[in-house]
Write a protein that binds this ligand. Sequence first.
Ligand code: UDP
Length: 237
Amino acid sequence: MTAPRFKRILLKLSGEVLMGEGGLAIDPAVTARVAGEIADARAKGYEVCVVVGGGNIFRGLAAAARGFERATADYMGMLATVMNALAVQNALEQIGVETRVQSAIPMASVCEPFIRRRAERHLEKGRVVIFAAGVGSPYFTTDSGAALRAAEMKCDALFKGTSVDGVYDADPKKVATARRFETVSYDKVLAEDLKIMDASAIALCRDNSIPIVVFNIRQPGNLAAVLRGEGISTIVQ
Ligand code: UDP
């Protein structure tokens, strides 16, 4: 048996991954299913960091286009990510997985502040650490937060859970002949603006040699399959 390729992973979940059909921003059943995938990875011995987005609740850029002041809107977006982090924490703890939420914006009554060494200790103890509030500054996204935390926590890979199967050479929802890449270079993703994550997140992963595994988190069992090297995904490396 070959040793698993990754020991410590960072899973980036977009906020919309928590949404259900009924229009709820945080659907308990959907969140429970995602938590089940994380619990499964944890049970298989992976050390798991999670970064959650907030786009299901509030996006700074979109709000700014409607007249909000950008920085204020971005802070609101970061608060939305804390709500999602608590929802994921709640779902994980309901199935017996120990977790800690650490926020880049200190919020002492709600969760821990981000302290890298403490997060390291939590992982050593087998806890899932959920990082909230992105990088803690406006004008960034949780993709950048995910790349930053993956680098700081020395993760072996960043798993980007989306609602598509990977990276395509055209939009698979619009172009019937669109082809999925098995692997693709960071530079190609940046040069062709393939829109997996924002450019600063891709560049940070490239500069720190962190592969990005893009896969469909909506498909049950897919995280485990991709971790085994069997599921459908695209690896940006
Ligand atoms: N945000 C921010 N700084 C960060 C991370 C997030 O200002 O470091 C704000 C930004 O307004 C963003 C919102 O939080 O639109 C929600 O995050 P994101 O759009 O990355 O969520 P996702 O698309 O992953 O659900």
